[in-house]
Write a protein that binds this ligand. Sequence first.
Ligand code: PDD
Length: 268
Amino acid sequence: MPLEQGRVSVLDRGFIFGDGVYEVIPVYSRRPFRLAEHLRRLQYSLDQIKLATPHDEAAWTRLIGELIARNAGEDQYLYLQVTRGPAKRDHAFPQQVTPTVFMMSTPLAPPDPVLKASGVTAITAVDNRWLRCDIKSISLLPNVLLRQLAVEAGAMEAVLLRDGFLTEGAASNIFVVKAGALYAPPKDHLMLAGITYDVVVELARQDGMPVHIRPIAEAEVRAADELWLTSSTREVLPITALDGQAVGTGRPGPLFQRMDALYQAYKA
Ligand code: PDD
């Protein structure tokens, strides 16, 4: 149905409690990108919040195929959300409740070439979110506030630090390049296991780039030759200024150029 005709109960637990999970899936040339991985992560998020999946993998795949077919545009991005459903307001899970499933398609434009050529700016911020950032929860108020902090500082992203270590961005994962090697924090409860993160690690390894997955201290972030952010909608983007200081040369670096070429070839 047209987006503006979609209706959800005001008692929906997604609305009242943020009790739900979501996925953002890019579609290139009408093919969902890394669909199996997105559906696996959706199942993981649902399991973590003890919400029985309303559809199995085959049904999700069919619904997603239908959504893509019914929308114009070769490249789209799909937003998929499952909440626990409408019920009388009570924090504990309701007994009888039907999950609310919502999916929409939005046209997907590739990242602006200007951003790839000049890089984007970021600020650092204290990661003050909860300790289950591995769940792709719709409760995004901390992420919203952190991202707004970046916007108000004239930057595109907030690079989050917890106890002196890099976690991720407000809505992205973060990579560090130093002396020709790629570094990323390990996937744990302090960050979202990005689908783009996995693609970048795979492509780097296949290409023979040294990749180190290990905790990254704040000093290493500040001394990086290159910093990248990754997400399903923004692909891989170079961060060329952090807290007003140039990252490396202040220009997108050679490893970024290489990774972007690999990524573009991979998604084609
Ligand atoms: N966000 N970390 C956070 C906190 C995110 O919100 C996202 C993506 C990522 C990157 O994950 P992936 O590569 O699977 O997109 C990491 C999506 C795009 C969003 O909320 O719009």
